[in-house]
Design a protein around this ligand. Structure first.
Ligand code: UD1
Length: 386
């Protein structure tokens, strides 16, 4: 067999590591399988997230197959986690002779696997390329900038991303505007979303508490949750809002650990809070879709609320997803308690943004990626990407 016909049967390795990666990769794997001929894929989990609540439930909800390979890296400092993914990924890449490596988003696993692949001469496709917060204190920003620099194909969710990439010297022919794969998952799953009352009842909470409306809260950015001096005022603001609107809080393990470490358990015991462990995808979708308001520091939820038309208050000073502000339902409120409380009051008094759905957030982004990638691989088969 010639080298290029051997390669033609080799898989595209699709990498997931942490929770927000799953909803992006699920539709891509399905779209690759639906091509004629199908584009073979191999699902690799780095093990960055490993708790059943952070992984297994989401895999089930998204109908993702079990990973073909799990590197089992677990938690650690950024250096340890990134290095461990790289060390364990390299032999796997060699073993499968991958045709390309597809990475999504901006987590440590994204950068680690892209870096290994590129140095092995394997083409790298980055999905959700070109987003920039211009905040280099954010670990994800470093992962985004570096992954985009080394990727061969950069699939973007919004048109402005191309300008960000061009400013960083990235050739326009490597950039392809495809839309938002996260919204593919949302649209495919919305009809199956779990009713909020059912989610609360399953957690042993009083579902009648949300009968007259509720808000949803998620917080996990290290800059917000790791230190008492930032977390305590945010929780104060949430308590003030909870006095008016019940708040369902889905607590990330990082935030739970910080609350425990700082002895702040009382903060979420106030009336008006309904505290849940990390939720499945269908539960979160049901909670968000029916909420009057979402307060979050998540990247993905800024996009999901825009797609759902639900007002979102982002508890950060910046966002890499400005389209959710310009076109969607998102408002950047920062982390000053007075600003958070005032912004929530505006929404509850009827001033929430209605927004519109951005271009190509139409449920078909993964189809565009699969078709483009298959064509590109066909054309470049056997060439060194660089
Ligand atoms: C990671 C991503 C972030 C993403 C988030 C979603 C990076 C740099 N950050 O942050 O972009 O928004 O995932 O959740 O990649 N832990 C568990 N169980 C798990 C995984 C983690 O208990 O299954 C604990 C760990 O002990 C760790 C903490 O949660 O201390 C944070 O996990 P980590 O993967 O380091 O980063 P995230 O904060 O989740």
């Amino acid at each position: 067999m010639s080298q290029s016909s051997q390669l033609a049967g080799a898989p595209v390795i699709c990498v997931v590591g942490a929770r927000p990666n799953y909803m992006k990769v699920a539709p891509i794997i399905r779209a690759c399988a639906a091509l004629r001929p199908a584009l073979p894929t191999l699902l690799l989990h780095t093990g960055q997230h490993y708790d059943p609540l952070m992984k297994d439930r989401l895999f089930e909800d998204l109908e993702l197959p079990d990973p073909d390979v799990n590197l089992g890296v677990g938690s650690g400092t950024h250096a340890v986690q990134t290095a461990e993914v790289m060390r364990r990924f390299e032999p796997v890449l060699d073993q499968y002779g991958a045709r390309a490596v597809l990475v999504v988003g901006d987590v440590n696993s994204t950068l680690a696997c892209a870096l290994v692949a590129v140095k092995r001469g394997v083409p790298v496709a980055h999905v959700e390329a070109g987003l920039r917060s211009y905040d280099r204190a954010m670990p994800e920003e470093i992962n985004r900038v570096l992954t985009d620099q080394i990727a061969d194909l950069l699939y973007t969710t919004e048109r402005d991303a191309a300008a960000n990439l061009q400013r960083e010297g990235i050739a326009p022919e490597r950039v392809v505007f495809v839309g938002n794969v996260m919204i593919d998952s949302l649209r495919a799953s919305l009809a199956k979303a779990t009713p909020p009352a059912q989610t609360l009842a399953a957690a042993g909470l009083d579902a009648t508490a949300i009968a007259a409306g509720y808000g949803v809260v998620t917080l996990h950015r290290p800059s917000n949750v790791d230190r008492r001096e930032t977390l305590a005022p945010i929780l104060d603001a949430l308590r003030a809002i909870a006095a008016r609107l019940p708040l369902v809080v889905a607590l990330h393990p990082r935030t739970r650990a910080s609350i425990d470490r700082h002895g702040m358990n009382e903060a979420l015991a106030a009336p008006g809070f309904l505290v849940l462990p990390p939720q499945g995808y269908l539960e979160m979708l049901g909670l968000m879709a029916n909420a009057r308001l979402v307060l979050t520091d998540s990247g993905g939820m800024q996009e999901e609320t825009t797609a759902l038309g639900v007002p979102c208050l982002t508890l950060r000073e910046n966002t890499e997803r400005p389209i959710t502000i310009e076109q969607g339902t998102n408002t950047l409120v920062g982390v000053a308690p007075e600003a958070i409380v005032a912004a929530a009051a505006t929404v509850l008094d009827g001033g929430g943004k209605a927004g519109r759905i951005p271009e190509y957030w139409d449920g078909r982004a993964a189809e565009r990626i699969a078709a483009h990638l298959a064509h590109w691989l066909e054309k470049h088969q056997g060439e060194s990407p660089r």
